[in-house]
Write a protein that binds this ligand. Structure first.
Ligand code: TMP
Length: 222
């Protein structure tokens, strides 16, 4: 059996990626296509402990940029081997809410760690598990911040100064320029329906089996 599609979603806080992950998952569910959604950091028992440590542990203000890089990479390395690779090999599509581009951008571009070292750590963590397509939702800071005004407690990564998020946005746009075949840059300020349709069009053009599943389901509805 050939490996199933591996699709990742990226963007800064408030870009709308989690909404689009849910929408793509709902489309696949409706078509009867097997899929799994992952989130990072987390997605395995070890990864969820790392998530808690990174985001909410009371002593986590002392985490250095280097430690942060290694913790995100550790969570991903576990997720890839325990969940993502075996799932893809079983022919089940994986939709990941964040993957290695988040590390390139947050720990590299925004925190300022050496980009070559970050790339090496990323490569070590994921091995040959590279996304087939990455949807990058790009939004201006104002839009992102207005969407983030939720009543819940902000985590450690959400308490950064404005310049940090400017570097995040710039870092993501650079990846999209560097890897136009893998990364699809989307205007995240558009209505969610429009983005959803654009994503689905790309998914169908890249993965003919999913396009066929849609045709089959339309026929069975007639
Ligand atoms: P999220 O659950 O809202 O996507 O938040 C995850 C946070 O962790 C977000 O601020 C981005 C950050 N992050 C990194 O800094 N590096 C990484 O490698 C990943 C996966 C997330």
């Amino acid at each position: 059996m050939s490996r199933a599609p591996f699709i990742t979603f990226e963007g800064s806080e408030g870009c709308g990626k989690s909404t689009q992950v849910r929408r793509l998952a709902a489309r696949l569910e409706k078509l009867g296509v097997d899929f799994l959604v992952t989130r990072e950091p987390g997605g395995t028992p070890i990864g969820e402990s790392i998530r808690e440590l990174l985001q909410f542990a009371p002593h986590n203000a002392a985490i250095t940029a280097e430690t942060e890089l290694l913790l995100f990479a550790a969570s991903r390395s576990q997720l890839v081997r325990e969940v993502i690779k075996p799932t893809l090999e079983r022919g089940v599509c994986v939709i990941a809410d964040r993957f290695f581009d988040s590390t390139t951008v947050y720990q590299g571009a925004a925190r300022g760690l050496n980009p070559e070292l970050v790339a090496q750590v990323n490569a070590f963590a994921v091995g040959d598990c590279i996304p087939d397509v990455t949807f990058l939702l790009d939004v201006d800071l104002e839009t992102a911040q207005s969407r983030m005004k939720t009543p819940r407690r902000p985590d450690r990564m959400e308490q950064q100064p404005t310049q940090f998020y400017e570097r995040v946005r710039g870092g993501y746009r650079e990846i999209a320029e560097r890897e136009p075949n893998r990364v699809v840059l989307l205007d995240g300020a558009q209505p969610a329906d429009k983005i959803d349709n654009e994503i689905w069009k790309t998914v169908c053009s890249r993965f003919p089996n999913l396009a066929k599943a849609e045709v089959r389901s339309q026929r069975s509805e007639v």
